[in-house]
Design a protein around this ligand. Sequence first.
Ligand code: ADP
Ligand code: MG
Length: 742
Amino acid sequence: MSERLGEPLKAVLGARTAGGLAKLGLETVGDLVRHYPRRYDSPGTMTDIAALAVGEHVTVMAQVRSAQVRSMRSRGGAMLEAIVTDGSASLQLTFFAKRAGVLRMHEDKLRAGRTGLFTGTVGDYRGRRQLTHPDYLIVGVDAQDEDEAVLEASRPIPIYPATAAVPTWRIGRSVRTVLDPLTEADVPDPLPDEVRRERRLPTLLEALRLVHTPDDEAAWRRGRDRLRYEEAYVLQTALARRRAAHAQLRAVPRPRTTGGLAQALDARLPFPLTDAQVAVGEEIAADLSQERPMLRLLQGDVGAGKTVVALRAMAQVVDAGGQAALLAPTEVLAAQHARGLRALLGPLADGGMLTGADGATRVALLTGSLGATARRQALAEAASGAAGIVVGTHAVLGEHVQFADLGLVVVDEQHRFGVEQRDALRERGERPPHTLVMTATPIPRTVAMTVFGDLETSVLAERPAGRVEVVTHVVPADNEAWLARTWARAREEIDAGRRVYVVCPRIDADEPEPAQEADGDPDAEGTLDLDGGAEPEVPLASVAATVEALAARPELAGVTIGAMHGRLAADDKDAAMSAFASGQAPLLVSTTVIEVGVDVPEATMMVVLDAERFGISQLHQLRGRVGRSDLPSLCLLVSRAEDGTTAAERLAALAETSDGFVLAEKDLELRREGDVLGASQSGGRSSLRLLRAVRDAALIEEARVEAGAVVAADPSLAAHPTLADAVAAWLDPEREAFLERG
Ligand code: ADP
Ligand code: MG
């Protein structure tokens, strides 16, 4: 970071402007010049006014049709009413003042026929869209000098991510103020000269000028493309360095042995492994016998049978004298895994007991809410090595648990498991453990490469034989006859000895399900998809209200109904889950805590209430809770979404297919940003600003090759200090911010 770029904006622009920009997270000259325009308007192209949503903060390019000051008899004072138009729809601008004179200044500028940018929050006044006291800029009039005025009339106008306090043109002016005096020496370029030359890219300073003050469309495109390449290149350099560093690490090889736990386990599996499970098992077994620590991502759709693959790997490590840890995202899932692993192992999990088989080990469960005694025992078993397998939540196992000899870490259902968390695990002990990350969320290859550039990947493409598709229907929430049929059908399933899930978006009437489940579900996106905009008038279904409503339904008379959500104590969650699994309470009303991995083979029906509030991937995950045996299964999505909305399209896609990869593609297509790499997925980093993993796949590939070459030739990046700085900033944004401010 050069001195100029590190300069605080306060010193350059004054405290007031800097204060406004600070609200956008812009503290230094470097931050500001890297605040790229969101889009460009040209004076000739108007914003589609009809498409503006009430409540949205907008910047609109429009032409003034009329402006008139009136005095207000009833309230005293005066008001100015202007109408602006995009050629078809119109928008009203309203200004109020004590005296008419104050408003004349606006009236004078807002002359009919002039074009301007108007910014404010869209309101609705008697069915008409309006902006009250909008900030505005009249093209060719508000420019600060003559030259600027002439240019402005023909140039693309950058529209910046802005706030109500700082409109886009004030940001634009500030950017120009800091950008104008910069020289090449002030703006060191992370892209090596040879890369830039070969690809004929402008320098960083040139690119910044191109995106902030373009003469025409070709100019900003050229600048943007270069900045996009830089992003891909820095990212890939960081990943290449991680790979190189990883290759230096030495793990303890845990090769296959005969006559131990692994073989005994295979002999007692209640089903034949699928070909895919066998093939992936071989890959993992080979990885584990290497000195290089395994770092593998196992993708497999819900129900593909990832758990048994993991268990076989764990058994191999136990046979080789090591321990394995299985990390689950929630306590429910951790408890279920512990139960499931013990069931698969049978007497093989009774190590140290009379019932224990030869080569047997123990499975310890460690979660945040264990009682003191159970916790002490689990910790002791982990520390002594008595427990070959330790199951827990990410939160618990991430920290102070001592292992006798941790050889393998399996991370379940957590494709966002960040680089930092993996590092923390890798850094414990002198020898890092082997790592297996499992996910049911299909990750397009390019995304996997971008985020997990340092992982090998395996795919379980085949589902266990005999599985039936889950039949999925969308049920309109206002069709009472269909709803009655839904509950009657639930009753039939229950009478046949099956289980039914009912999923609601909320815990109780006044409180939404917290974005973060009490037991640490980190999937913020996974809570509610609110792109429906305004709150619906009908309250969302809650667990509390639904339990009550269902208890009163004649179709369900006599059925014991359980309830489950993130705010329950761990014991109560466990109790609810076991009552459901055993059939004591065969109908479970729950929030999305059951989303990942919960496995009750007798569950054959799921009803999702207010299904339009959930995203595709989340519904796909939820639906994976049924259809887990050869029993025909049913998923009903109860929805209030109107035809033609994105929400309705999402649900239609789910009803049409259960192929996770097809749904992931559909999801990408329906998302406005077309981006699955939100801040949460890139590990909380906002560094990917221009790059989109799917759209820019080819670019990312190229950058990967070129960055790999640079790192191979210069592993420490000694000859590329600016690139090294950019990589460090990518890896540690907090430290960077700290240094810049300090
Ligand atoms: P996921 O990949 O979603 O984690 P699980 O590992 O929970 O799936 O497996 C889903 C269910 O399928 C479990 O009940 C498991 O015992 C069962 N299963 C796993 N492999 C097979 C197989 N090869 N044949 C039949 N059932 C299997
Ligand atoms: Mg699973």
